[in-house]
Design a protein around this ligand. Structure first.
Ligand SMILES: [Fe+2]
Ligand SMILES: [Fe+2]
Length: 406
């Protein structure tokens, strides 16, 4: 799921910055039973050293979030008893695909991991640790959400429940792999602590579906773009983990296919004015979050180390993502407009200015005061982006013929 570089998946990659939804209090552990690192250990041979909690416990507007939803409302949407006409054909086909577990043996480490970690120094070492930490957090966040959905839907829609459990399997594997990478740097994340300390952002079920779908798709495009670039420039392969991105992104693509099928099973989520407005909103949230994260100083350095220029990389990923999403969503931002990129550049500059203020030793109240005008300008840019020209697409089929064609 998400959308800094460490946002391959879902809830990960995705709308973590300019998002809607109310912030919920930290959940009691009973509500996030899947958060037990033991669960993850079962799935991903998790190592439990917990040397440090690192920076992952700190949250900013752009850092990976943990999400929760109204599980009963989700059950109402997909219960076979309450929705006897729910189209299950495509979902059943997706389940068959996921059962094959194509990547069961793909995520294998070699001795190169430890030696690559030892060879990294300075800023590149620091950003690689940041990257692994984010990847682990976002994948773990996706694991929690999918695992819980799998449990909640077990009685009402076994097909969907099994799919969510298989998605959780994949995300646990991704999180475990990133976590193993951290141990090469003598670091670990205390996931139990992370789970209980984090606040959970509440999204209604339909927003969870939009957000996770977009997050999975952008995760695919980010990872495949990095992978292909490194295939062309193998001398830039600073860490063997990037070799895994091809298998990794195929998992995210399959997750995206499933979420597209789930959205199509509830076509009211893909047609009409509300769907258009929310589709536009969530796309912009994903694009802004990714653009700002990737243009921040630490990740810019990682891209440079990988031989990528951050702005063309972001433009390519966002453009490809927008083209993919057009096949499903009724409306998307028109990212072909130069004004769209100019607005993102202005937002990135405002974000950098705010980060520079935050890095000073000034008292907190003064930092906030100095950041306020930047926030005002950023909010105005976001409103302008939201009101900018869009593209009508996907659900025109639904609206016209009453039958959706993907
Ligand atoms: Fe993932
Ligand atoms: Fe995923």
């Amino acid at each position: 799921m998400q959308a800094a570089i460490g946002t391959p998946s879902q809830l990960a990659a995705a709308p973590r910055g300019l998002t809607a939804g109310r912030r919920a209090a930290p959940l009691p552990r009973s509500r996030v039973a899947a958060a037990d690192p033991g669960d993850l250990a079962d799935n991903a041979e998790f190592e439990d050293k917990r040397i440090s909690v690192n920076e992952a416990a700190k949250q900013t507007i752009l850092t990976p979030r943990f999400y929760t939803t109204d599980f009963e409302a989700m059950d109402d949407m997909f219960s076979l008893e309450k929705n006897p006409g729910l189209p299950m054909e495509e979902l059943t086909a997706v389940l068959q695909e996921l059962r094959r577990d194509y990547n069961k043996r793909s995520f294998v480490r070699s001795e190169l991991y430890a030696s690559a970690a030892a060879a990294l120094t300075g800023d590149t070492r620091r950003v690689m640790i940041d990257f692994l930490e984010r990847a682990c957090t976002t994948e773990f966040s996706g694991f929690l959400m999918y695992k819980e959905l799998g449990r909640k839907l077990q009685g009402s829609n076994p097909v969907l429940a099994e799919i969510f459990s298989l998605l959780a399997r994949d995300e646990a594997r991704h999180a475990g792999f990133a976590h193993k990478g951290l141990t090469d740097f003598n670091m670990t994340l205390d996931l139990g602590c992370l789970t209980s300390e984090r606040t959970y952002t509440f999204f209604k079920p339909k927003f969870i579906l939009y957000a996770t779908y977009l997050s999975e798709v952008i995760g695919y495009w980010r990872y495949i773009t990095i992978y292909r670039n490194l295939q062309r420039t193998p001398d830039r392969q600073t860490h063997p983990l990037f070799e895994m991105f091809e298998s990794w992104c195929q998992d995210e693509a399959r997750h995206g296919d499933f979420l597209a099928a789930a959205l199509k099973a509830r076509p009211e989520l893909l047609r009409g004015m509300r769907a258009r407005l929310w589709g536009r909103f969530f796309c912009l949230a994903v694009y802004c979050t990714m653009y700002l994260n990737d243009h921040s100083s630490q990740f810019r350095h990682l891209y440079e180390a990988l031989g990528l220029e951050v702005t063309p990389f972001c433009r390519h990923v966002i453009t490809q993502h927008n083209r993919s999403v057009q096949r499903l969503f009724p409306e998307v931002p028109d990212v072909e407009q130069p004004a769209f990129w100019a607005a993102l550049d202005r937002l990135a500059a405002l974000n950098s200015a705010a980060q520079a203020i935050d890095a000073t030793s000034a008292p907190t109240w003064l930092k906030r005061l100095r950041t306020l005008p930047l926030l005002e300008r950023a909010a105005a840019e976001c409103v302008r982006l939201y009101l900018a020209p869009t593209k009508r697409c996907g659900s025109l089929d639904v609206e016209g013929a009453g039958a959706y064609r993907y």
